[in-house]
Design a protein around this ligand. Structure first.
Ligand SMILES: [Zn+2]
Length: 308
């Protein structure tokens, strides 16, 4: 799908969060308050937070009918950081989560503000000059968090911030190191980083082994994504398989960022644990007929999906 210049953030631009209990909204990295991510409004605090991936609901608790925030930091805040923290608390005063209702997306192209898969797809098609076909149609049905779907959508269009894309946009100096942070040998393109790099390939293989499958992996993201439906018959089963797929992509991207920005060590077992936990929690939170425990999910994912 090709988009006119300047539409890079089209997907996010069309969506607004309606936060209810804060269960499906990332506190720092979703836009949910004052049209700005809190990670961008308070980058210093964000860098010090040990709760970077927490939902709003996970950032506090109800105690005797009163909501209170619980922030944790890598170290004690310095005076000027305490001042920033007070500013943040001040902004947060306008918000109290609701007790029971789940968060919603408000979809701007729909006059009623309600996000529907069809309005999203129709709106995308209206913008596009070349329809992407079933890949995109399938993506809107995947019950993964919307920021993960937005990332996946960008990846399909080769618009994630890999080093080769940053160079193409002249966002980094031309003499910068463009090598993949995992293998440090090939250029970092999205297809190399997420699919063909030896480390990513090992992560994919570990995931297939977890499912008990052996397969040849396409190097193209769209083909890779579609291949995932192959063993599954019903839409419900395909949704589960794709949640796992987006959890793997998301894990690899976070691993890449952790490796570049925090010098994190690459540990396949740990990555697989994260993928199992994320995919399980996304399915538990968003798919009504998915009831298994994390342990069951870790032990026999294919059997559980087949039973849906
Ligand atoms: Zn590599």
């Amino acid at each position: 799908m090709c988009f006119p210049q300047g539409n890079d953030s089209w997907f996010e631009d069309q969506l607004r969060r309606k936060v209810e209990q804060g269960d499906d909204t990332f506190f720092w990295s979703d836009v949910w308050l004052n049209n700005l991510k809190l990670s961008e409004r308070f980058p210093r605090l964000y860098s010090l937070s040990t709760q970077k991936e927490h939902s709003i609901k996970e950032m506090g608790s109800w105690q005797i009918g009163t909501w209170s925030w619980h922030f944790t930091w890598r170290r004690a805040l310095r005076d000027f950081e305490v001042e920033l923290f007070n500013q943040l608390l001040n902004i947060l005063q306008v918000f109290v989560p609701s007790a029971n209702t789940s968060d919603k997306w408000i979809w701007l192209p729909n006059p009623e503000g309600i996000y529907t898969v069809h309005s999203a797809y129709a709106s995308l098609l209206a913008l596009s000059t070349n329809t992407g076909g079933d890949v995109f149609k399938s993506l809107w049905y995947v019950p993964s968090p919307s920021n993960v779907l937005a990332f996946t959508w960008k990846m399909f269009h080769d618009r994630i911030q890999t080093r080769d894309n940053l160079r193409k946009r002249q966002a980094i100096p031309s003499q910068s190191d463009l090598r993949c942070p995992f293998c440090v040998s090939q250029e970092e393109t999205s297809s190399h980083l997420l699919f063909s790099c030896p480390l990513s390939w090992n992560v994919w293989m570990a995931c297939y082994k977890w499912f008990g499958f052996y397969t040849v992996l396409p190097k193209d993201g769209k083909e890779h994504f579609l291949q995932h439906i192959y063993p599954w018959r019903s839409n419900s089963q395909k949704q589960c398989a794709w949640v796992v797929w987006t959890a793997i992509i998301w894990a690899l991207w976070n691993l890449r960022n952790g490796s570049i920005f925090r010098n994190d060590q690459l540990d396949i077992d740990k990555v697989l644990d994260g993928i199992q936990f994320r995919s399980w929690s996304w399915l538990r939170g968003r798919k009504k007929d998915f009831h298994c425990s994390l342990y069951e999910w870790q032990v026999q994912p294919a059997l559980l999906i087949a039973a849906l």
